[in-house]
Design a protein around this ligand. Sequence first.
Ligand SMILES: O=P(O)(O)OC[C@H]1O[C@H](O[C@H]2O[C@H](CO)[C@@H](O)[C@H](O)[C@H]2O)[C@H](O)[C@@H](O)[C@@H]1O
Length: 529
Amino acid sequence: MEDNLDTALRQKHIKALILDMDGVVTQTARLHAQAWKRMFDAYLQQRGKRENKTYYPLTIATDYRKYIDGIPRYDGVRNFLASRTIVLPEGEPTDEPGKETIAGLGNLKNIYFKELLTTIGAEAYPDTIAWLTQQRAKGMRTAIISASKNSKTILASAGVKGLFDAVVDGIVAVELGLKGKPAPDIFMEAARQLDVQPDEAAVFEDALAGVEAGRAGNFALIVGVDRTNDGNALKQHGADLVIRNFPTDKETMTNPSGTKLQKREASELPSILPHINKLLDSKTPAVFLDYDGCLTPIVKQPEMAVLSPEMREVLEHLSRVCTVAIVSGRDRRNVAQLVNLENLFYAGSHGFDISGPDGMHIEPGGAAEALPALDEADVILKEKLKDVEGSIVERKRYAIAVHFRNVADEQVAIVDQAVEDVLILFPQLKKGLGKKIYELKPNLNWHKGKAVLWLMDTLHLNRSDILPIYIGDDITDEDAFASLQGTGTGILVGAHDDKTAASYSLKDVDEVRIFLQKLTDVVNSRRDA
Ligand SMILES: O=P(O)(O)OC[C@H]1O[C@H](O[C@H]2O[C@H](CO)[C@@H](O)[C@H](O)[C@H]2O)[C@H](O)[C@@H](O)[C@@H]1O
């Protein structure tokens, strides 16, 4: 569907792109949702006590989306309160935060939001930024619109201010007397500032009110950006086209060392087996290994993935001749127990939790602050999924895997929704994908690739006589392949759903064992020579 976007832009002769900020360019929707929930839940509770009445708390999946998302702040307060049959005086924009007026409650929400912005910060969607950068390089003009009065701070916090020729936000709207969405005013002003007519511009929106606003303004193309599985609703409200991500040319993305990242189809990779001698040359390997799907076959239940005695023996021999680390999505203690070899390094929870021989233990990703969010998310997910047969919520120290391998196809949507609902509640967490699992991880720039580079550095392996080799089978291993591209070797086991940054392949777990055995033999034979 994403490929259609470039075609649609061409067909409609689009000269300018007007993008909504929250949910399309920056990931602040979750911060907003959390701030709204904090403000309204406390207010409703306090009011309920006073009136001896029960007011239901705000639900993010329904109330926030329906009454608040994408519209000016005070309108959001008024809309939501109306859904609970509460009418308050409008008040003044200068009302004290928390005063029982529309403005007072809106001002309190804004304080909570700014607190979250300072503590957690805004992040830009990498796919949007990569695509926008490409479009601007082709001469496309770009504007960003938002109902927020904090847009400048948010754009600066996400580091994307320079990507837009015009910014039309809540402050500009007040100055010019522009009506909020679903009125088209804010988009029309953006088009005016870009010096284009609506029939020359495309609008990108994730909110239903925003899609309606684009339609009301007769823009040439309305693109719904579906980050929350709401594609049908976006279409019903007027989107011409719905995309889940912006189409980026993955081959042109760069790896952490700044060199061009090469990605290929798994089927194009040569087997590493005939190339071991050439690969090693005169170097000593440092071997980083994923666990599930690499050292053990993928099985139905996580606890059934037991290491074979043969694989353990091979690993033990290898660890006598070079550094060996297991880099896994599993909990570190769990994977260390499964492998059960003392002289290996273990990076668990996708690299956030690392241990090694002689009592070494360190958590280099800085994820400790996400622990309360993980604890709460774990409880909520277990409650939400308790009746979904076959689902497993597997808590690791710094991640939660939500397994749906054994869930009936028609129930997988319930799992999807539960994960999305929880993500909205916890901006400290982000979603990752794996084989038939969703992973909730700390929302930090840390992953298996960073853990590998950290180990290389800490263990003084960044030397010309060392060849780092990473072997893995899953999407999460791509970060490690990318981190080593140019300096080491990535080996993909089997295939996953995307292109790969690995350079070689191995068919399955048996071939991994054969490769590790041969590697050990080559190093040993050199020593004997
Ligand atoms: O990074 P890894 O060591 O590969 O860990 C990734 C996840 O592996 C486990 O789940 C996967 O393997 C299970 C057992 O074969 C399988 O049932 C599941 O469908 C796979 O996704 C593990 O349970 C997760 O915690 C890891 O994150």
